[in-house]
Structure formats: structure tokens, C-alpha cells
Ligand binder design. Structure first.
Ligand code: 13P
Length: 258
């Protein structure tokens, strides 16, 4: 059975004191069990302090991720942060190809592929995001779009490396809109991603790889979404900024709850 993974993508939110307060509260409210991994992704300037704070909280099992990582190890890339730097400050995961990066910063599947490859080679676990627009869903080309994205992003990732990858299905129309994909819609796309991984890497890998859903997940809808057979976790935006909501999502992900 695949362990679930709940990731809080804080995006460009929280001050340093709010970040620290949030992890403390999450730790108080979450029921820690080994079947669910919990990750928070603070803005890059707060990553190091968040790692330090978590280490100082007794029994806290929150891991830290970054919202982005560059594909070169160092050099003249103003404003970017390398995967080696992320590792250096205690980061274990990195989100790559979030739709907001694609929309506002022009990231293409090719760039996302380079970031994912570099993350793996550096020892980070990439959380690669894919998703369709509302127009694409309405034109019934969701599966085609998602297959194309996944294929391009996984290009060059070997069978040994792929198990380290987490794929996040985030329909763009469900992000920050309060509109969640139905359980069936989310499960169907996650299933088609798993089928593609089967075609590319075979059964063992397709059964092992974890596929998350993201898009207006909250304390109310998480249990149903997370009980779907193909959904192995959540990539959570807005609700990850509220300790009560986020902890509710984490607690509903335990095996005995879904
Ligand atoms: P919301 O949960 O706010 O819809 O954001 C989802 C997301 O983009 C997580 O990466």
C-alpha cells in the first residue's frame, strides 16, 4: 500500500513569525502516524528558519519542501535557487512545474523536465505538477493534455529514478477557486496518469508511484478525495495556511479513515 503524502504549498504567504506559529499549531493538531507524510513548502526566505524551528519541536514530523528549484547547480541565474542549496538547508522535496510558475513565469514542460531531473540527481523528491485549463476540460481533451505533460516531464527519468517522483494532478480551474474536481473526475485523471506510467515504466513502478490531487482541497472534502483508489495525497494551497484545516486534511488521510 502506498503511503499518503499531504503537502502544504504556502505560495507567497506568511511572515516569518506566522510561518513558525503555523508549524507549531500543525504539530499540536496532527495525529502522527507513519502512514502519512506531511510536508510544508514555505517561501524560500523562510525555508531555513522553518527547518530549524521544526527540528526544535519535540516529536514533530513535518518535512520541508521548496516551491521551486533551478536546474543548474550554480552560476549567473539572478533570483534562482539551486537544488544543492535547498539540500544544504535541509529541504527534502521541491515542487516543480506548478501552474502558477507556468502561467506567470513562462515555464514550459521542457523547463519543468530539467528541474525535475536536477532535483532527482541532487537527492530531492520532485513533486511535478500537471493540470488542464477549464477550456481544455470543456473540449474533452483533459486526458490528452495530461498525457502530453507527463510524458514531457518524465523524459530522461530512469526506472530507478521515477519511484522518487511524486506527480500532482492540479486542474487549473480548481486552484484557488473554491471549485474542487469531483471525486470521480480527480480519480479518473489520476488513474490515467498511473496508466501512462504503466506504459512507460511497467506495473511495479505504476503501482508504487504516488499521485496527488490539488485544487481547493480542504478539511471538508479531503476525506472523500483521499479515499479514492488512485489518489495518494493532496497538494494544498489556501487550506494549508490554516492549521486547523490543514491538520484536518492530514488526519483524514490516515488509512483507518478512508
Ligand atoms: P488551492 O488549494 O488554494 O486551490 O491551491 C492548490 C495549489 O495550487 C497547491 O499547489
Amino acid at each position: 500500500m502506498r503511503n499518503k503524502i499531504i503537502v502544504g504549498n504556502w505560495k507567497m504567504n506568511n511572515s516569518s513569525s506566522e510561518s513558525l506559529e503555523l508549524v507549531k499549531k500543525i504539530n499540536d493538531l496532527v495525529v502522527w502516524k507513519s502512514d502519512v507524510e506531511v510536508v510544508v513548502c514555505p517561501p524560500s526566505v523562510y525555508i531555513a528558519t522553518t527547518v530549524k524551528e521544526i527540528k526544535g519541536i519535540k516529536g514533530c514530523q513535518i518535512k520541508v519542501g521548496a516551491q521551486n528549484g533551478h536546474f543548474e547547480s550554480k552560476g549567473a541565474f539572478t533570483g534562482e535557487i539551486s537544488c544543492a542549496m535547498l539540500i544544504d538547508v535541509g529541504v527534502e522535496y521541491v515542487v516543480v512545474g506548478h501552474s502558477e510558475r507556468r502561467q506567470y513565469f513562462g515555464e514550459t514542460d521542457e523547463v519543468v523536465n530539467k528541474r525535475a531531473l536536477c532535483a532527482i540527481k541532487s537527492g530531492l523528491t520532485p513533486i511535478v505538477c500537471v493540470g488542464e485549463t477549464l477550456a481544455e476540460r470543456e473540449n474533452s481533451i483533459t486526458e490528452e493534455i495530461i498525457r502530453k505533460q507527463v510524458k514531457l516531464i518524465l523524459n530522461g527519468i530512469s526506472e530507478n529514478e521515477i519511484e522518487k517522483v511524486i506527480i500532482a494532478y492540479e486542474p487549473i480551474w480548481a486552484i484557488g477557486t473554491g471549485k474542487t474536481a469531483t471525486n470521480e473526475q480527480a480519480n479518473e485523471v489520476c488513474k490515467s496518469i498511473r496508466n501512462l506510467v504503466y506504459e512507460l515504466y511497467g506495473e511495479k513502478v505504476s503501482e508504487a508511484i504516488r499521485i496527488q490531487y490539488g485544487g481547493s482541497m480542504n478539511g471538508e472534502n479531503a476525506r472523500e478525495l483521499l479515499s479514492q483508489s488512485e489518489i495518494d495525497g493532496g497538494l494544498v494551497g489556501g487550506a494549508s495556511l490554516k492549521a486547523e484545516e490543514f491538520s484536518k486534511i492530514v488526519n483524514s488521510a490516515h488509512n483507518d479513515n478512508n
